[in-house]
Design a protein around this ligand. Structure first.
Ligand code: SAH
Ligand code: SF4
Ligand code: F3S
Length: 452
């Protein structure tokens, strides 16, 4: 059916949720709803949720909670909880958010349209958390949906079979499923035709792409994407250390469009904790992979995820993690205090760590990493780096005061995923230009276009 009105979409969580929200927006668009950034205008509100940690889950409930009052004044407003918390809670979501109309699980997107029709024709409170095979092929194409986008996410596989003991993902995203290579290539070709220059291939375990279905391997898929005209940069996330094959390392080394950056979550530097987490590798094996990677790709930037305060983590275990940061010198890290998730087994492990203690460890870790992030940024000074221009930047850097008023401060990214600010009056968004790096800040770089 076609309706008319506005849709407001709030996205919480990872890059896959960003991709999913675009799909939801495209479905709503095909049903006549125009996307709005003004919540007050909305006739349908969708919160695409994340349950990875307690805080993310609370954010979803508090966002949706705000609509209790609004719905009283505006009874036709449709409220939707989509994504990972929806999948996890199912029917129970109505107890916490009584005014909610739709609970749309992670695999129910292809049924979203008919569900809206049912609500419009008077049906109340619909839950769909049924499992489905890969869903994306059944959804509208989003290549022309958002204009002026130069960088896009493309989900190539969904779900996870690893069952790390702290993690909800296998429970909320289901078993690992890979999309067909032809569908991925078609989607990226459409994106390239719409002006997209950079794609980030997404999966919870992206480097095991295709293994289960015995279709082409991830390095072969990268090679196929590398051949798509118009695409200049390829990124991918998230890779699992246990599946970091030599073939993938060679693909990063040899494929010109694949960026020289790898996000490889280690989670802990202690073998005892890695075992309890069920990560499937040891500290030594992780380091061995990094050494191999650095041998083949000496300039590669590395980032990781760390959990501190996992049940039974002692100060000795934590020190092993601190020492791993010293040994590897990551370009950046994402660090989290362990959060109990009732569907994950670690919630029932003994020796849970006190919240204050977790916070202290987290602060120590972040402080240590700040040094290495700064060090890596400073190492860029004097280099001439390829920067993909993303747009005008908001906050002006000190150096900008000294340049001509006719210039704009622009922002872009290096291959290594570092943010670069620079002045220019004639660069085109989406171009890759050479920037001479002159200064380093904690989270960004500053420079001038070569020759300027
Ligand atoms: N598939 C990816 C990451 C998925 S979730 C991987 O395997 O690495 C993103 C990050 O959230 C994880 O890397 C982990 O560091 C963190 N995380 C997951 N569950 C968590 C929990 N229960 N508490 C705290 N952090 C968690
Ligand atoms: Fe979660 Fe582990 Fe799967 Fe990553 S590999 S999504 S941390 S279960
Ligand atoms: Fe969160 Fe679901 Fe992504 S739990 S991290 S939104 S897969």
């Amino acid at each position: 059916m076609k309706y008319s009105g506005y849709a407001y979409i709030k996205t919480i969580g990872c890059q896959m949720n960003v991709y999913d929200s675009e799909k939801l927006a495209a479905i709503l668009n095909s049903y006549g709803y125009e996307k709005t950034i003004d919540m007050d205008k909305a006739d349908i509100v969708v919160c695409n949720t994340c349950s990875i940690r307690h805080k993310a889950e609370e954010k979803a409930f508090s966002f949706l909670g705000r609509f209790a009052k609004i719905k009283k004044k505006k009874p036709h407003l449709i409220t939707v909880m989509a994504g990972c918390v929806a999948q996890q809670e199912g029917e129970k979501a109505f107890a916490r958010v009584p005014h909610l109309d739709i609970v749309l699980g992670t695999q129910a997107f292809s049924r979203f349209g008919p569900i809206i029709d049912a609500i419009k024709s008077g049906k109340k409170k619909i839950v769909d958390i049924k499992n489905s095979a890969m869903i994306y092929e059944a959804l509208p194409d989003t290549s022309c949906f958002e204009e002026n986008k130069i960088s896009k996410f493309v989900t190539i596989m969904q779900g996870c079979d690893n069952f790390c003991t702290y993690c909800v993902v296998p429970h909320v995203r289901g078993r690992e499923r890979s999309r067909l290579p032809a569908a991925i290539i078609e989607e990226i070709t459409l994106l390239a035709a719409a002006g997209v220059k950079e794609v980030t291939l997404l999966g919870q375990n992206v480097n095991s792409y295709g293994q289960k279905e015995a279709q082409i391997s991830f390095p072969k898929l990268l090679a196929a994407v590398n051949d798509i005209a118009g695409i200049h940069r390829i990124r991918f996330a998230t890779s699992h250390p246990k599946d970091l094959s030599s073939d993938l390392i060679y693909a990063i080394r040899d494929l010109d469009k694949v960026c020289s950056h790898l996000h490889l979550p280690v989670q802990s530097g202690s073998n005892k904790i890695l075992k309890k987490m069920n990560r499937g590798y040891t500290r030594e094996k992780y380091i061995d992979r990094i050494l191999k990677l650095r041998k083949e790709c000496p300039d590669i930037a590395l980032s990781t995820d760390i959990i501190v305060g996992f049940p039974s983590e002692t100060w000795e275990d934590f020190k092993d993690t601190m020492n791993l940061l010293r040994e590897i010198e990551f370009d950046s890290i994402f660090a989290f205090a362990y959060s109990d998730r009732s569907s994950a087994p670690a919630a029932r492990f003994s020796d849970q760590i006190d919240e204050d203690e977790k916070k202290e460890r987290l602060n120590n870790l972040l402080e240590l990493q700040e040094y290495y992030t700064g060090k890596k940024n400073k190492q860029q000074i004097g280099k001439i780096l390829d920067v993909l221009v993303e747009g005008k930047s908001g906050k002006l850097r000190d150096g900008f005061d000294h340049v001509q008023k006719s210039m704009e401060q622009m922002v872009g990214r290096t291959q290594s995923n570092k943010i670069v600010h620079f002045p220019s009056k004639d660069v085109i968004i989406g171009d890759i230009i050479k920037i001479r790096i002159e200064n380093a800040y904690p989270h960004s770089l500053w420079g001038h276009p070569q020759g300027a």
